[in-house]
Design a protein around this ligand. Structure first.
Ligand code: UD1
Length: 419
């Protein structure tokens, strides 16, 4: 088993490049199913979830090539319409094959998803949106089986909640459905905009992405895609938090500040000095860290994927902070692990009350999910002595070369194989 060993107490300073966004790359890779022409993607991060996605695509008969951050896809013919349990169980986003497969092949079978254990995370919004386009679904043997024997037809899909994944499935399916579609109450996350741009590079006719109303004029076929994946705003925020907890100064490059709007507002309110250029953002400690109250919400609200990292930072604030989690019902699993490092955090329903400042001291902790693991790394940067993080496969699902990037900023962090 691999572990991370961190020796806390060093000040982080410097500049770090942000990788392509996992959450943008996953749906865009699945969009490759929609065309029988070759596609080219750039800035694809090297992550466990990307490898899983490429394996899912290969099991469908799609040829995949990879060279550094470039991925080539060619779905000339599909040899299967099934995303099998062994792959899907590790990655919930596999459910994103549904829309593209139904649109391209008229049929899809996907194992009911697994992924991070952060709440119930059903897929009912995905299914009801695709049903509006004419698909019918059965659940059999742990699999969702969808069929669209007469092809998909454009329709109005109104989401009960602006689900990111349901918006993506609906968008990909509608791009190849006959006629006009609308997605009402669509998610507005930057990753949706990136998917729409990638689909447009294939010839899709989409307007309104980034707003709650997306309009799609279906086309009968799509060409190959040529697209560079947008930067990872969650990775960027993680580095900014790590820099601030160390009282340092970290610049993330390859990302513009609009990706990080609400996170930068909170960091500014906590006393950080924020500056930015066209493709970089910097957060510098002013020596003062103030408490904050934040509430996760769909974009442009505060992202749930950054909540755990900010919680680690709040343990060092001069006063008590509060986090209200409104997106997922079980997303405080990092709290007992942060407590092992000395944090004092109380959970009341969907709120976490973080006492600050507390002195953290190194201990052995366990990563419980992807973003929770990042909060432990951030806490480890400031904890006295050594912090050992186990189960870092969670971290490898979403952070590319994390220990190398943090080392370059001055952190003392190493990956080791535990005997
Ligand atoms: C995506 C992101 C994830 C992020 C989340 C919220 C990817 C690969 N993952 O996940 O990192 O934390 O957005 O920003 O992009 N829901 C239902 N029924 C559905 C779909 C969702 O009830 O059919 C609920 C979920 O349980 C959750 C909420 O809606 O409570 C938001 O989920 P959603 O936006 O769909 O998240 P994901 O797309 O799974």
């Amino acid at each position: 088993m691999e572990i991370l060993r961190i020796r806390g107490g060093t000040r982080l300073e410097g500049s770090v490049p942000v990788s392509g966004a996992k959450n943008a790359a996953l749906p865009i890779l699945f969009a490759g199913i929609l065309s029988d022409q070759p596609s080219q993607l750039r800035n694809v991060p090297d992550l466990a979830d990307i490898k899983t996605t490429l394996k899912v695509l290969e099991t469908l008969g799609i040829s995949v090539t990879r060279d550094g951050d470039r991925v080539g896809l060619h779905a000339k013919q599909l040899s299967s319409i099934e995303a099998p349990y062994d792959l899907v169980r590790t990655m919930r986003a596999s459910v994103l094959v549904l829309g593209p497969l139904l649109a391209r092949a008229g049929e899809a079978r996907v194992s009911l998803p697994g992924g991070c254990a952060i709440g119930a995370r059903p897929v009912d919004f995905h299914l009801s949106a695709l049903e509006k386009l004419g698909a019918v679904f059965d659940i059999e043997g742990g699999y969702i089986h969808g069929r669209a024997p007469d092809g998909l037809r454009g329709a109005t899909m109104t989401l009960p909640f602006p689900s990111v994944g349901a918006t993506e499935n609906a968008l990909m399916a509608a791009a190849l459905a006959s006629g006009f579609s609308e997605i009402q109450n669509a998610a507005c996350e930057p990753e949706i905009i990136d998917l729409a741009e990638a689909l447009r590079s294939m010839g899709a006719k989409i307007t309104g992405e980034g707003t709650p109303l997306i309009r799609i004029e279906g086309v009968s076929s799509l060409g190959g895609m040529n697209h560079a994946i947008a930067p990872d705003r969650v990775e960027a925020a993680t580095f900014l938090c790590a820099g601030l907890i160390s009282k340092g100064k970290v610049r993330v490059t390859g990302i513009a500040s609009h990706y990080l709007g609400s996170a930068l507002e909170v960091l500014g309110s906590m006393g950080a000095k924020i500056s930015s250029g066209t493709d970089w953002v910097e957060a510098e400690s002013t020596g003062v860290l103030l408490p904050a109250h934040l509430k996760t919400a769909p974009f442009p609200g505060f992202p749930t994927d950054m909540q755990a990292q900010f919680m680690a930072l709040m343990t060092q604030a001069e006063g008590n902070s509060k986090i209200e989690e409104t997106i997922f019902e079980n997303r405080f699993m990092h709290v007992p692990e942060l407590a092992r490092l000395g944090a004092r955090i109380r959970i009341q329903g969907n709120e976490a009350l973080v006492e600050g400042p507390t002195r953290l001291s190194g201990a052995t902790v366990m990563a419980t999910d992807l973003r929770a693991s990042a909060s432990l790394v951030i806490a480890g940067v400031v904890a006295s002595g050594e912090t050992l993080i186990r189960r870092i496969y969670h971290l490898d699902r979403g952070y590319e070369k994390l220990e190398l990037k943090l080392s370059a900023l001055g952190a003392q962090i190493h990956r080791e194989t535990e005997k």
